[in-house]
Design a protein around this ligand. Structure first.
Ligand code: ATP
Ligand code: MG
Length: 662
């Protein structure tokens, strides 16, 4: 049966879908059907006799590509396998497998994951300069990798990148080119590539081999790109090289550009018409996703942005009015979680809403800790998009291991986890150190942690770790002192963060600030427990529960699970009901963005969050900070909440079971 394009699309969408083969930019706000337009354009091309093999579809996630191609199959009967569709990285991989030999890449190359790439870079740096990582002021492998990666993704020199984004490392700027060159050489020798290579080498292939470039240009006569606002320079250049014929359909929303920390630059979408002559710009002004009430709120968020460089858009809802977004003030994180769960129960049990149509969104992982704990207790099915649940995260497990070891020094697994974080200490080495400390402790009947700091033990510590060893021992001793005499665990956690472990984290990870925030959330969680064994056993139990929840969700894929996700990962998606939690200033916008004086990207992120909701939107913030911030114990509401006129939302009062004022 022929597809009724007229019935499925509004006029603006129909025009874009059926536009002649020429550069086409669909520029429209959230929920206006950009992704739908792209999907129908594929179906349209096919209905006009274009062979599927001539179509190349680029999306932000593989999941998005699969969904779109399945929809095309429903419409046209042509299966996803007949298309090239996926992320830039996955298609780069495919192109390089086929033609990488043209630029000297071995056919059987393997791809390093992020950890492996960092390890290789670390080795290369040490080959150039044995003592580099000994200098505490120099970046550790993780942060160093991020600098090089940003330079590659933005196609800027390392010097420029350091000056612009990492001025604290300008001292070593001139040495980084050598490190990068040595890293490149090592990868080629080993026939491996990293993630960035999948883009960088793809671009090189298209630039250096005219045969390959011609082949691609002839083969893919139609290029379609979703979420174009989040392409970085490399990706935009790949698109341009792939399509010298300029037959590109790009859709995007400059107001939703949220990946600049990965090199995305919304100037790419602003300049699209300059790079592709005679671009037809299509706008869609109807929003099909959200109620007018939610949309009015979203429009107000955009209107609050300073007049910068952006395309003007105003959205009208195609739907009937329903209810205004709700603003919910709770006493603290705990009450916030209780509120959300109570509302979710009513939605699922009384109002027949499917759990999979409910999402809890937040700015950063640590803001969802209380939510996860509460959900784990209720047994409601839930899924965390990032995949790794709070207590399974590496740094949380490290810190728990550190406490476990101090609580029980014969717990060798806990010891191994901690000790192997030291430079050049492997499993065997950790065992040797442990044995030496144990012998010493037994001999002198002294305490185990104190024994670590003795010369007998030091002699078993590898040379590379000796410099930090005293700091390591002193920090453990401090934590141990805090735990002595059955004292509560909260301060011990704090000491651990402020001591050696915190320093380790700062050196090891580019995103250490976020990890520290999560550890602070762990410290706050610890305040609920009077004894360390209670705290540690509770974590094991919770972990068991979340592990069960995970095996159920991953293996059997229950039809419906509540979605917990950061806003970044909710891009492009939609839910009947959205809870946006943790809206205190300093949490969202984040303290770091406020300090850096750059909150525009945070505002766009807020806009993305609000526009995920179809029917109901709850915006909540806890009044009492779980940790004192610059303003003391009290939070102030996010500035984004205050910017929206109060006629556009409704305050929701929470009925408290215990009125603490009485
Ligand atoms: P985002 O900016 O969040 O990526 P988008 O512009 O890509 O949003 P879509 O996800 O394509 O928007 O569409 C939003 C919702 O509106 C979807 O559920 C889609 O099916 C629906 N929709 C879009 N256009 C129409 C239409 N003409 N008729 C009915 N429903 C529509
Ligand atoms: Mg979309």
């Amino acid at each position: 049966m022929p597809i009724d394009f007229r019935a499925a699309l509004n006029d603006e969408q129909y025009d874009a879908v059926t536009a002649p083969a020429a550069p086409l930019l669909v520029l429209a706000g959230a929920g206006s059907g950009k992704t739908r337009t792209l999907t129908y354009r594929v179906a349209w091309l096919i209905s006009r006799g274009v062979p599927p093999g001539e179509i190349l579809l680029l999306t932000f996630t593989n999941k998005a590509a699969n969904e779109m191609l399945h929809r095309v199959e429903e419409l046209t009967g042509i299966g996803p396998r007949r298309f090239w569709g996926g992320t830039f990285h996955s298609l780069g991989n495919r192109a390089l497998r086929l033609y990488g030999d043209q630029i000297g890449l071995a056919r059987g190359f393997t791809i390093l994951d992020a950890d492996e790439s960092e390890t290789l870079l670390k080795r290369c740096v040490e080959d150039c300069d044995k003592t580099f990582f000994k200098n505490k002021t120099y970046p550790r492998p993780g942060p160093l990798f991020s600098i090089l990666s940003l330079a590659r993704n933005t196609q800027q020199s390392i010097a420029t990148t350091v000056r612009k984004n990492f001025p604290q490392h300008s001292e070593i700027e001139h040495r980084l080119d050598d490190f990068a060159a040595s890293y490149e050489k090592a990868k080629r020798e080993q026939a491996v590539v990293d993630y960035d290579d999948l883009l960088e080498l793809w671009l090189r292939l298209l630039s250096e081999s005219q045969t390959v470039a011609d082949y691609f240009a002839q083969r893919f006569r139609y290029l379609l790109v979703d979420e174009y606002q989040d392409t970085n320079t490399l990706q935009a250049q790949i698109v341009d090289k792939l399509a010298p014929h300029h037959c590109i359909t790009a859709v995007g929303d400059d107001a939703q550009c949220i990946y600049s920390w990965r090199g995305a630059d919304f100037e790419n979408i602003m300049r699209f018409p300059d790079r592709h002559p005679d671009t037809a710009i299509h706008r869609i002004e109807t929003n099909y996703r959200s109620t007018p009430d939610i949309l009015a709120y979203a429009n107000a968020v955009l209107q609050a942005q300073p007049l910068g460089r952006h395309f003007d858009k105003e959205l009208r809802s195609a739907r009937a009015p329903y209810q205004k977004p709700h603003l919910v003030e709770t006493v603290d994180d705990r009450e916030q979680a209780e509120f959300v769960l109570k509302r979710i129960r009513a939605l699922i049990e009384d109002e027949g809403v499917s759990a999979s149509e409910i999402a809890i969104l937040y700015r950063s992982h640590f803001l969802a800790l209380e939510m996860q704990l509460a959900l784990a207790r209720t047994g409601l099915p839930y899924q965390i998009t990032s995949g790794v649940k709070f207590f399974e995260r590496q740094h949380i497990r490290d810190l728990v291991a550190l406490l476990r070891f101090i609580y029980n020094p014969t717990d060798t697994l806990a010891w191994q986890r901690i000790a192997t974080l030291l430079p050049k200490v492997g499993e065997k080495g950790a065992q040797k150190i442990h044995a030496a400390a144990r012998d010493h402790a037994v001999l002198l009947q002294s305490d185990f942690v104190a024994a670590l700091a003795t010369d007998d033990v030091l002699s078993k510590v590898p040379k590379d770790a000796r410099e930090e060893w005293p700091h390591f021992c002193a920090s453990l001793a401090e934590v141990a002192a805090e735990l002595r005499d059955g004292r509560a665990p909260a301060l011990a956690v704090e000491h651990a963060i402020e001591g050696w472990y915190g320093d380790y984290l700062r050196g090891a990870f580019a995103d250490y600030a976020e990890r520290l925030d999560e550890l602070k959330a762990l410290a706050t969680f610890a305040t609920r427990f009077d004894t360390v064994d209670d705290f540690l056993s509770q974590i094991v139990l919770l972990n068991g529960e979340t592990a069960d929840a995970r095996s159920a969700t991953d293996a059997e894929k229950p039809a419906a699970a509540i979605r917990l996700t950061t806003i970044h990962q909710a891009k492009g998606l939609e839910y009947d009901v959205v809870f946006l939690i943790g809206l205190a200033d300093g949490q969202f916008p984040s303290r770091r963005a406020i300090d850096a004086g750059d909150i525009e990207e945070e505002r766009r992120l807020f806009y993305v969050a609000v526009t995920r909701a179809k029917n109901e939107l709850y915006l909540s913030y806890p009044k009492v900070a779980s940790r004192p911030g610059p303003g003391g114990m009290m939070n102030t509401p996010s500035r984004f909440l205050l910017e929206v006129p109060d006629t556009l939302y409704e305050r929701l009062r929470i009925k408290r079971r215990f009125d603490w004022r009485r």
